[in-house]
Design a protein around this ligand. Structure first.
Ligand SMILES: [Zn+2]
Length: 273
């Protein structure tokens, strides 16, 4: 039981720091999805040994029953059949070109479904692998981001938008990769920097963050959520706004603009805490 509890701690918190025999330190780090996958498939836990691609009975006792192990493998297999290789590539105009300034990861296309409608974003790959706490960049809205970049490139006569829009999405990405070497996004100030193949770069601002206030309202409208009174709701909103200002280093006025609210309203809500 203790082993199981320890395993859960490791999965929730990542690998702890370990001291090595020769004085080195093995850094603490979170568990990636790939690593979790290897743990789940590891036959060592049922008392077997994997050696050169073949499984042998080990001399140690397993800590998981054969039955549970087989059940898990079946479950993984059935999910793979449904979602595996037939999965469509998620569209993303700037796939392969976009990087997170904060942690240096690439930013990859994802979507979220709301009321049956797909909303497309780019997510910092580190956030996707290790959770939102791992990098403050999180996500940006794809349509706004793509539009801001295309507008800037067209203004500088680096692309012909009419021609570009004739092309299939993957061809458009290919065309852009010939014009642009790299695009870097800094969540602070929603700043986008474009590096050209000749080493010249330019930067600009665009409102590309998801709208946190709207997300709050949706939570309130959920009929299954416990009912909370208005005062509590606004207090929670105030805390969230304060956190949003702190993380993004915004003044009340800048925050109001980013959230699409009047500065007076933001100030009124913040007065609750
Ligand atoms: Zn990042």
């Amino acid at each position: 039981m203790q082993k199981l509890a320890d395993a859960f701690c490791v999965i929730c918190a990542g690998f702890p720091e370990r001291k090595l025999r020769h004085g080195g330190v093995w850094q603490a780090r979170p568990i990636s999805r790939a690593h979790l996958y290897r743990i789940i498939h590891n036959p060592t836990y049922i008392g077997q040994v994997l050696y050169k691609g073949k499984i042998y009975e080990g001399e140690h006792e397993g800590i998981i029953s054969r039955e549970t192990y087989d059940k898990v493998q079946d479950l993984l297999r059935s999910r793979r059949l449904n979602h595996g290789f037939t999965r469509k590539r998620i569209p993303g105009l700037l796939r392969g070109l976009l990087y997170c300034k904060e942690c240096g990861s690439d930013m990859v296309p994802v979507y979220a479904k709301k009321n049956g409608i797909k909303h497309f974003y780019y997510i910092c790959h580190r956030c996707q692998k290790e959770g939102y706490a791992s990098c403050p960049t999180r996500t940006v809205r794809q349509p706004e981001f793509n539009e801001a970049v295309l507008k800037q490139l067209a203004e500088r006569a680096l692309i012909n938008r009419a021609e570009l829009e004739q092309q299939e999405l993957e061809q458009q990405t290919e065309t852009l990769s010939q014009v642009v070497r790299r695009i870097t996004y800094a969540y602070q100030g929603e700043n986008i920097e474009v590096l050209l193949p000749n080493g010249v770069s330019f930067a600009f601002h665009a409102a590309v963050k998801p709208n946190y206030v709207r997300r709050n309202k949706r939570v309130k409208a959920n009929p299954e959520a416990p009912k909370i009174d208005k005062k509590t709701y606004y207090k929670a909103l105030a805390l969230q706004i304060r956190e949003y200002m702190r993380v993004n280093n915004l003044s009340q006025r800048e925050c109001a603009a980013a959230l699409g609210m009047s500065p007076a309203r933001v100030s009124q809500i913040l007065a609750l805490i």
